[in-house]
Structures are given as C-alpha cells and as structure tokens.
Design a protein around this ligand. Structure first.
Ligand code: NBP
Length: 502
C-alpha cells in the first residue's frame, strides 16, 4: 500500500461494495497502481485492511483527494448502484476532472442513461465510457467479461488495462470495444437477457426430468454433469449440477426441494424485452423467461389455482428413460441456439437503430469466458460470424410499404449459419417430441415451446400475418400490400368490397 502525496495511481475505482472492491483488487493484482474511494470511508478502510497486500492501492477519503491521486489523463471506474447513485457520483467527480479524463461506469446502467451521460460529458471534453461487466463478484476478482462502449479514442488508453484484467480464453481477452456511447451497456443488457433465457431453459429441462420422469435431484445432477461434457458445456450447466447435488443440512434432503420456487429479478431481463418490443425484434425466449419468473412469484394466484384448475398430473410415461433424457438434452440445445440467435438479432437491431458498428462474432468471443453465459458453444457462434458462409446482412430485408411495423433488422439469423442449421436439424425430432410429451403431461415448457414456435415461424413460406393484415384493414383501414403488385391497398369492406389503391 502506498500513500497519496503526488499523483501516482494509474487507475481509480470509486464504489467499493462487492463488485468495486473485487475489481480494484483485480487491477492491483495485475500491477496497476489503483486509487480507491467509496462514499462511506469504512468500505475503503476494510478493503485496505483485508486486501491491501494484493497490490499497490492509493486510498482516499474525499473525492478530491481521490481524483488528485490519479495520473493525468485520469481514468476512473465508477462501481456504484445503477441509476441515481451513478448520476450523483458523476456530478461529484465532474467538476474535479479535466479535459481528456476518462470516466467509466462499470455498473448495470440502462444504455439510454449511458447515451445521455456520454453526451453531457463529451460536451465538457470528458470521455464517458459505459462499460458492461459480467461475471459477478468472482468474475470481477479473477477476470470478468468486459463490454466497454464510449469513444474509440478512450479505448486506446483503457483497452489495454481492461483487456489485461479480463478473463482470457485461448489467449484472447474477453474484452473488446463494443461501439460508441451506450453500445457496451446495450450488449451487457442483452447478455443478461440471454442469461435469463438460458436459465429458464435449463429449469424446464430439470422440471421434465424431476416432475416428468420423477428422477431424484442427485441423479439429475449426474445427467447435467454428463451434458456438460458435450455441446452444452457451459458455466450454467456446471453450476446447475452443483446446485442439484447439494444436500440441505437441516433436512438431509436435496437443497433444491426446500428452496421457495419464486424466482427474483433485478430488471435487466425486463429492459431487454422492453427494448426488443420497441425495436420489434422477437426475443420470445427471453420474454418467456421473464414472464416465467413473474408467474413463479405470483404466490396468491398460484395457491388459489393449485388443485382447482384441471389438467394432467405432470408425469411423463416413457418406456425408455435414457431416450427421453436425450430428447430433453436435444430440446435444451435447440432452444438455447434459438435464444442466442434472438439475442444477437436484438444486438444487430440496436446497432442499426443507434448507429453502432458492432461485431457480433467479437461479442460471442468475449462471452466465452468470465461471464455467466460462458459456454463452449460460443466458439461456434464466433466461427459462424467469421466464416464466409456465416450469417450476412440480408440485402433489402428492411420493411417498407403500407404501415409496416417499425423496426426489424436486415441481419440474417444465426440459425442460417451452416453449423447451427445442421445442429437444429439434428435436434428437432427430439425437440418436438419433448415439447409434445410435456404438453400432454402438463409440464410447462414456455421457453422450449416459444423457441420452437419461433423456429417454425421463421422457416414458414407463408405466415397467417396475411389474415391479420386483412383484419386490420377491415376494422381500421390500415391497408395491406399485395404479393402480386407494388403499393398499398384497401378493400371497401363496408361498401361494395372493391379494392382501391391507398
Ligand atoms: P451495489 O449495487 O450494492 O451498490 C453499493 C455501492 O454504491 C456502495 O459503494 C455505495 O456506497 C454506493 N452508493 C450508493 Br448505494 N449510493 C451512492 C451515492 N449516492 N453516492 C455514492 N455512492 C453511492 O454494489 P455492487 O453489488 O458491488 O454493484 C455495483 C454495480 O455493479 C451495480 O451497478 C451493479 O448493478 C453492477 N453489477 C453487479 C454485479 C453483481 O454480481 N453484484 C454484477 C455485475 C454488475 P456506500 O458504501 O457509501 O453505501
């Protein structure tokens, strides 16, 4: 530990709760002289007392001393509660900063807040970098996945530091410049949305094995361990096996059986769906995951319905348990591919909407390590975007004409990358069978079903949207386009039913 006399710190962290403290330790362990500050000094003192030997820290009690302890141009990471607290810290620090300084928000900010903050600080000559950081407290300490936005210029200074402290996979850092202003926080938001979908799909697979096949959690843990050796190899599958094999000390039974079945959420999944709705991008896997958490938490409604709403008892009859377990595995894999494809579509649409140049292959690459959705399968996504035959923008796919829905994307689905087309092709018989069995047995699989419905919708040459356009024209004169002529048309429904050009 060193004392603040002359500016000596290379980077600073303000906000020393679990994430900030661990990030500061990570920086110090990687050889950066790290200034540390927190609104209440106790957390700063605690960090220095407990971990001061991790590296070189410069603690400060006041914001001014903290800023003065940093070499110019100053580089400061804010790790406080998102929303008002972030604005409060920015307001406190800004008058103390000089042109060219870099202020990084590593919290889970809403990307539109980041766009606003970046613009306000840019006008003052300060680089504001909204930076998604994933991996929880363990990731922050040992190497997270880092998604910085902000100016290209700021990344020249910041990039080498963040890349050094990030997780590394096959020698590559799990950090890249995502795009300008709010791009990093947008991608982090979608990352969290995909995390929701992935967890829901795993939970549905578990439910089919537990309730459907009546397997014990310890046995299901073994199945998940086995799955983790194959295509599904991922952090979430790995920790699922850990949770399922945990014995409850109080009851001696499986811990999962005594955990209240109401899933919490902090809001980033909801943000993802809200923004997907604004951009008219179907992220049904993420939406179903958010809704399923909502349903799980409706305790009173559920209690009133149990035993009172008729339906099957959830038991799946099968002659061959191993065969059905494999069907569930394939259903999980196919649904997961769809959920990721939808999330990447949303990133592509966000990039289009907000003017970001986002390399989707690089996004998949930096999600391979450090973050909650890290998975072997992300290599396949990176490869798909790198390959000549990978998903390319679709020329002329933008919607136009009569009252087309706003939004949409010209980006081609990941599902059309040969590797994924083949993977889903192989999985789909099992996928359909598992969903059909679940439906007959009364086991809810909203994530699996929504993914399959999306897949079948995407590959349909004709959709019933034609009828919807007819209905809309009938009651609201919204017009429709024809398959055989240019322009917008309206049928005089309450007149002689002739068609006019609108
Ligand atoms: P919290 O989100 O719990 O925030 C606590 C920190 O915010 C403390 O340092 C607190 O200072 C500070 N703070 C508050 Br609250 N109001 C403040 C104000 N008005 N002015 C200055 N400081 C204020 O901390 P966290 O869980 O470490 O998360 C930090 C950020 O990282 C959040 O945005 C979070 O969403 C994000 N994140 C968290 C995780 C995770 O796994 N926890 C993962 C990824 C991202 P005090 O000590 O004086 O009260």
């Amino acid at each position: 530990m060193t004392q603040a006399s002359t500016p000596q710190a290379q980077i600073g962290v303000t906000g020393l709760a679990v994430m900030g403290a661990n990030l500061a330790r990570n920086l110090a362990r990687n050889g950066f002289v790290t200034a540390v500050h927190n609104r209440s000094y106790a957390k700063t003192e605690h960090l220095i007392a407990e971990h001061g030997t991790d590296g070189s820290f410069v603690p400060s009690e006041s914001a001014r001393d903290f800023v003065d302890s940093l070499q110019s141009p100053r580089t400061i990471i804010i790790m406080v509660k998102a929303g008002g607290p972030t604005d409060a810290v920015i307001d406190e620090l800004t008058p103390l900063l000089a042109e060219g300084d870099i202020l990084i928000d590593g919290g889970n900010a809403l990307f539109t807040d980041t766009i606003r903050r970046e613009k306000a600080l840019r006008d003052k000559g300060i680089h504001f970098v909204g930076c998604g950081i994933s991996g929880g407290e363990e990731g922050a300490l040992n190497g997270p996945s880092i998604m910085p936005g902000g100016s290209v210029e700021s990344y020249a200074t910041l990039g080498p530091i963040l890349e050094k402290i990030s997780a590394h996979v096959d020698g590559d850092p799990c950090c890249t410049h995502i795009g300008t202003d709010g791009a990093g926080h947008f991608v982090k938001m979608v990352h969290n949305g995909i995390e929701y979908a992935d967890m829901q799909l795993i939970a549905e697979a578990y439910d089919l094995l537990r309730r459907g096949l009546k397997l014990e959690p310890a046995r299901i843990a073994e199945i998940f361990r086995d799955w983790n050796d194959g295509e599904l190899d991922s952090y979430l599958i790995e920790i699922t096996a850990e949770v399922l094999s945990q014995t409850d000390a109080r009851t001696g039974g499986p811990l999962v059986d005594v955990i209240v079945d109401a899933a919490g959420m902090k809001g980033t999944g909801t943000w993802t769906v809200q923004n997907a709705l604004d951009l008219a991008i179907p992220v049904s896997g993420i939406a179903e995951a958010v809704f399923a958490r909502g349903l799980s938490s409706q305790a009173a409604q559920r209690a009133a319905a149990v035993g009172n709403l008729p339906g099957p008892d959830g038991v799946i009859e099968t002659d061959d348990v191993d065969d059905f377990v494999e069907d569930v595995r394939q259903a999980l894999y196919a649904s997961k591919i769809v959920a990721y494809a939808q999330g990447l579509d949303l990133i592509a649409a966000g990039a289009q909407q907000y003017g970001w140049q986002i390399d989707l292959g690089a996004v998949a690459r930096i999600w391979r390590g450090g973050c909650i959705i890290r998975a072997a399968f992300l290599n396949r996504i990176t490869e798909a975007y790198a390959a000549d035959s990978g998903p390319e923008p679709v020329a002329g796919a933008d919607q136009d004409g009569a009252d087309a829905a706003d939004g949409g994307t010209s980006h081609q689905s990941l599902l059309l990358a040969p590797y994924f087309t083949e993977a889903i092709g192989k999985a789909q018989e099992s996928w359909r069978f598992a969903i059909a069995q679940a439906t007959f047995a009364g086991v809810p699989v909203p994530g699996f079903s929504a993914a399959l419905a999306y897949y079948d919708g995407l590959r349909s040459a004709r959709l019933p949207a034609a009828l919807i356009q007819g209905q809309r024209d009938f009651f609201g004169a919204h017009t429709y386009r024809r398959t055989d002529a240019e322009g917008a048309f309206h049928t005089l429904w309450s007149g002689d039913r002739s068609e006019i050009e609108a």
